[in-house]
Ligand binder design. Structure first.
Ligand code: PHE
Length: 361
């Protein structure tokens, strides 16, 4: 009985709840105390005295605890003793027994959290962050990256062109960047190697939205240029990064691929983090999940960079492919976040639905 009362009492948080508590326990007609009191009258005479004393003590406690005004006054007294200006607040008509207004502190969006997690892995390897504009020129987004004009590889990028550019030479035409790779060029043009950078950012493609595509999404690009950079460095770096992101049990494997700006190029897969590689629905029973593109920087890219640096007056031939080499990689942030958190619809990230977002607090 005591524990039932304590449970009821601990759930009474306002005046109405107190009234219900009072009716249930000390109500004149059907209150439990009265009912039990009546019941005790039928107890055998030799036990009546003992049971009666115990019951009366309990009843007194219950009555005191069901008295809203008394409980409130006692609460005020305790608060006042703790230094809270009770009299003043009560005088101002503020009921300090009411629960406070809950203010939910903001959190970083899950995509930002994921992007920051990826960037952090590379910061720990000595990379720094570079950023570039979302409105790019054809030169940085395509030409300098060894996409010749009218090359079919441009079609794979579904470019959103800015209107009214046809009067300009094609290299100066503005478009929404389709990947973060133009920032590779901007960073190399800006300074000599060694270079170790990560490039987080928004990219745009003329894609129809579906469960796995969005016309605006995010990438993290990486670029490392120095003397003696080899494909082994690329493999070791990405192998480490994938284990740092997805857990130390994750394996990576590299497949031949093609990008105009890397040679050789590879697609990287990680062992399925859901089944550990044995095969499940998430990895279409292959045991592997395709995650990113990468490769060794194509000498044609270094040539564009060198030509551009010459125009700016840098005649040091700092990006001479006879002396330096590099690797680059690019990954989709949404894709990583979906895998990490088991999200099956990319649209959830842009919905602003608090029920979804709150899970990332
Ligand atoms: N930019 C490529 C894409 O968006 C990814 C990539 C980056 C591939 C760097 C290789 C090297 O598909």
């Amino acid at each position: 009985l005591t524990s039932e009362f304590e449970s009821d009492r601990s759930q009474a948080h306002n005046r109405d709840a107190f009234e219900a508590l009072r009716v249930k326990w000390v109500g004149r007609k059907q209150g439990l105390m009265n009912e039990i009191g009546d019941l005790l009258k039928t107890a055998p005479p030799e036990a009546r005295r003992d049971v009666g004393t115990q019951f009366n003590a309990f009843k007194k406690l219950v009555e005191a605890q069901c008295d809203f005004e008394a409980v409130r006054d006692e609460f005020h007294a305790t608060m006042a003793q703790a230094g809270f200006p009770v009299q003043r607040e009560v005088a101002r008509g503020i009921d300090i027994t009411l629960p406070g207004a809950v203010r939910t502190p903001g959190i970083a969006h899950p995509l930002l959290q994921t992007m920051e997690a990826v960037v952090k892995v590379f910061h720990q390897l000595g990379y720094s962050t570079s950023l570039g504009p979302q409105v790019e020129t054809d030169f940085y987004n395509f030409e300098a990256l060894n996409f010749p004009p009218n090359h079919p590889a441009r079609d794979t990028q579904d470019t959103l062109q800015i209107a009214g550019q046809s009067g300009k030479p094609s290299r100066d035409r503005l478009l929404m960047r389709t990947h973060t790779s133009p920032v590779q060029i901007r960073s190399m043009v800006a300074g000599p190697p060694p270079l170790r950078i990560v490039i987080p950012g928004k990219v745009h493609r003329n894609d129809a939205a579906d469960a796995t595509h969005s016309p605006i999404f995010h990438q993290v690009e990486g670029l490392c240029v120095d003397t003696n950079i080899t494909f082994s460095d690329l493999k070791g770096t990405l192998d480490h990064a994938m284990r740092a992101l997805f857990g130390s049990a994750v394996k990576t494997r590299f497949f031949p691929s093609f990008f105009p700006f890397t040679e050789p190029s590879a697609d990287v897969q990680i062992s399925c983090i859901f089944c550990g590689g044995s095969g499940c629905r998430k990895c279409k029973h292959s045991g592997w999940i395709e995650l990113l593109g990468c490769g060794m920087v194509d000498p044609a890219v270094f040539a564009s960079v060198t030509e551009e640096r010459r125009k700016l007056g840098f005649d040091d031939n700092a990006y001479d492919p006879a002396r330096i080499s590099g690797f680059a990689f690019g990954m989709g942030v949404e894709r990583i976040a979906m895998i990490l958190h088991g999200v099956s619809d990319i649209g959830q990230f842009y919905s602003g639905d608090m029920r979804f977002l709150e899970q990332f607090a």
